[in-house]
Design a protein around this ligand. Structure first.
Ligand code: FES
Length: 352
């Protein structure tokens, strides 16, 4: 059907009122604005008791949000991190995560639902139309915007409905506390934990491949073996934190070839135990050149001379690898004679 054939009776009728001015489509303007329907007052506009009910509903939702936020904080503080609960159909899940998710969800939902209910039932529902204009607003338009803003603030009845205003401010002020509480997840201060490892006098050296204690005869000249302290098991909570500090690298060098006197004293029959953690930025060292006794970090190629106190001979590392004093116990197994006498890993810890 052509535009000339468009029957006028299928288009909205011209209303001519301030609220719903309607233009009829014609050849020159086929996309005429159909205008707004006549304004229908809501029950809250004509019945003060209904308005009061809406006010109480909004306040209830904001209060519910406040309670949920308090519940969130209480859950974070009171529920043990390893406690779990059965929730159908999710199955067994962490009780703290479930409580945090539920309370946070309720707190957010109640604020949103309160705001929507407030807008739908109590704020002015007169629809306003505005003509399009150039992006750069002239001063009189800016003044109009400010006037509209003031008008909007007035029509939101925030000044008159003090219960809503107060509970909304309460909900919005309390809700950010959830984020403050989450800062606790940054964990406790490290105190001196970074300066110590699990190594202690009498701890057996456990081969990381076989998970067995080692005798000196298990370490061949020229070999590279990795070890962990006795009692540190992979399935334990905190294993990664501890092994990141305590991992050892064992090499056996003919005692005559060990240049550093202290290294020789701290070794056992030429078996030297060095930290496996690179002193540059902490990568695990895994490459060993048996002819030169050089250990190479794969991350940035720092190279350490294990026959000479593991001093740095190349690369960005700023410090020799810490050495662990070792010996053998009465049963002939290799054991530590104490902890490292300096922090392992990146050398900036020395500044602390
Ligand atoms: S971490 Fe080892 S050289 Fe950078």
């Amino acid at each position: 059907m052509s535009s000339q054939e468009t029957p006028d009776e299928k288009l909205p009728a011209e209303q001519g009122s301030a609220h719903g001015a309607v233009r009829v489509a014609d050849e020159r303007n086929p996309f005429a604005d159909p205008g707004l329907p006549p304004h229908e007052p809501r029950i809250q506009d004509i019945d003060e008791r209904a308005a009061k009910r809406s006010e109480r509903t909004v306040a209830l939702l904001f209060t519910l949000s406040m309670l949920a936020t308090v519940g969130f904080i209480a859950s974070f503080v009171a529920i043990p991190i390893d406690k779990s609960v059965y929730i159908f159909p999710l199955g067994q899940i962490g009780a703290m995560n479930f409580a945090l998710g539920t309370t946070l969800g309720v707190a957010l939902f109640a604020i949103g639902a309160g705001a929507v209910h407030w807008a739908r039932t109590l704020m002015s529902d007169h629809e306003l139309t505005d003509e399009r204009h150039p992006i750069a607003a002239p001063p009189e338009v800016r003044e109009q915007v400010m006037e509209d803003f003031r008008q909007g603030a007035k029509e939101s009845v925030i000044g008159r409905r003090k219960l809503i205003r107060n509970t909304m401010f309460g909900a919005l002020a309390l809700f950010p506390l959830s984020g403050v509480v989450l800062l606790r997840d940054l964990g406790p201060l490290p105190e001196d934990k970074l300066r110590h490892t699990l190594w202690a006098k009498g701890k057996l050296l456990i081969n990381m491949n076989t998970n067995e204690p080692m005798r000196p005869s298990d370490i061949a000249v020229g070999s590279l073996t990795f070890a962990k302290p006795e009692g540190l098991e992979e399935d334990e909570h905190g294993f990664m934190n501890e092994i990141a500090k305590a991992a050892l690298m064992l090499v056996r060098i003919q005692p005559d070839n060990i240049k550093d006197k202290q290294s020789l004293e701290w070794s056992h029959q030429g078996i030297l135990a060095y930290s496996k953690i690179c002193t540059h930025v902490g990568c695990p060292i895994s490459l060993y050149e048996q002819q030169t006794h050089h250990a190479l970090c794969p991350c940035h190629q720092s190279t350490f001379d294990l026959a000479d106190g593991a001093r740095v001979i190349f690369g960005p590392a700023g410090h020799a690898l810490p050495q662990l004093r070792i010996g053998v116990n009465d049963e002939g197994y290799l054991e530590a004679l104490g902890d490292f006498d300096e922090p392992v890993g990146p050398s900036f810890w020395e500044r602390g």
